[in-house]
Write a protein of this length. Structure first.
Length: 355
């Protein structure tokens, strides 16, 4: 939360894109002393694509945006921490037959972890970003809330944030539509005004996902089996597969087959008919609540991936940081390792990792 107190120092995480640049501009307009911070996550040799949010070209774009806005800009070296906390976690999760979301981990550990620590050490009261989300206060707690622009809402990626972190975060874009932000960027003569958005994983070269995964990991081939254990073919390493996948299986049975399970202990990929992908019960661990921890079952909307619209479900606490979710209607391709995020209207109640 950030009150409209003038002349206090606020850091903005700047990627060189339109959202973070306009976020900085909005804070300047309100009278805050703004400093732009850009994370350096890759060495020059590792910056595979100009779409990388924190590669050299993006850093230069952020510097130019800061210059246009007449604010100080600094580059914060986060390479070692990013590799240890985000990339290593990503690879370990895949190796253990889970489908991770590196953006969730990066937000918790790097952007609102390491970068926020640097900002506060510089005398800033808050770290602002270009995320489309909002923060409200209820009953003495900070509550994450969906953005006004529901198509751009990014609250799904922010469920890991703690109360301490939310206290020092600002989301200037949360009350705006994306098209408004574009118009502001044009009026401010920002070069990022018409810059395309990137939906890629920042540390994987665009269009080279399989190549990257196989180069950086020791992928071992193994058996593709059906639900009865019959061997149907060979896979290229379990790290290349995820629940619900149909393409690239390399088997022909005369009917569509999908990945319905991955057994990392036996290095096997299990395939079956589409109907086997539907489940209505899942267990969630490492739960982080924004509301007071429920003492009994509650009903909420639950999203099991970013593009999932969310579906009504009953959430039953099973431990201090674990819950069981029972959907009122079965959901397709529930993937271990992905995030399950709980909503009540626009309010984010909490979230956790699907087991």
């Amino acid at each position: 939360m950030l009150n409209n107190n003038r002349h206090i120092k606020v850091a903005v995480a700047m990627s060189g894109g339109v959202d973070s640049s306009v976020a900085a501009a909005l804070l300047i307009k309100k009278g805050f002393r703004v400093i732009g911070l850009t994370m350096k996550l890759f060495s020059s040799s590792e910056a595979h694509s100009s779409t990388n949010c924190c590669a050299d070209e993006a850093i230069e774009s952020a510097e130019r945006a800061a210059s246009t806005l007449c604010i100080e800009h600094r580059v914060i070296d986060c390479r070692n921490e990013f590799k240890e906390r985000v990339i290593s976690n990503f690879l370990n999760e895949y190796a253990n037959a889970r489908t991770p979301n590196p953006c969730v981990v990066c937000n918790k550990s790097i952007k609102f972890g390491l970068l926020m620590e640097k900002a506060l050490a510089m005398g800033c009261t808050h770290l602002a970003t270009g995320h489309y989300a909002r923060i409200s206060q209820r009953q003495g707690r900070y509550i994450l809330t969906k953005a006004k622009d529901k198509q751009k809402d990014q609250s799904y990626f922010l469920w890991m944030l703690s109360q301490k972190q939310l206290k020092s975060i600002a989301f200037p874009l949360g009350h705006y539509e994306k098209q408004q932000i574009r118009k502001m960027a044009v009026s401010l003569d920002l070069e990022a005004a018409n810059k395309p958005e990137s939906q890629e994983i920042c540390f994987i070269p665009k269009g080279h996902y399989s190549e990257y995964m196989n180069n950086i990991t020791n992928s071992i081939s193994g058996e593709i089996i059906d639900v009865n254990g019959k061997i149907l073919g060979q896979h290229r390493g379990i790290i290349n597969y995820t629940i619900g996948q149909r393409e690239g299986l390399g088997i022909a049975l005369g009917k569509p087959q999908y990945v319905i399970g991955i057994d990392s202990s036996k290095n096997r990929v299990i395939v079956g008919d589409d109907q086997l992908l539907y489940k209505n019960i899942l267990n969630v661990a490492d739960v982080n609540w924004f509301i007071k921890v429920p003492s009994r079952q509650i009903k909420a909307g639950v999203k099991i991936r970013n593009q999932h619209k969310g579906s009504p479900a009953f959430i039953k606490p099973t431990g201090e940081q674990s819950v069981q979710i029972r959907f009122t209607q079965s959901q397709r391709a529930i993937s271990p390792g992905q995030s399950a995020v709980f909503y009540r209207g626009d309010l984010v109640l909490g979230g956790g990792l699907i087991k």
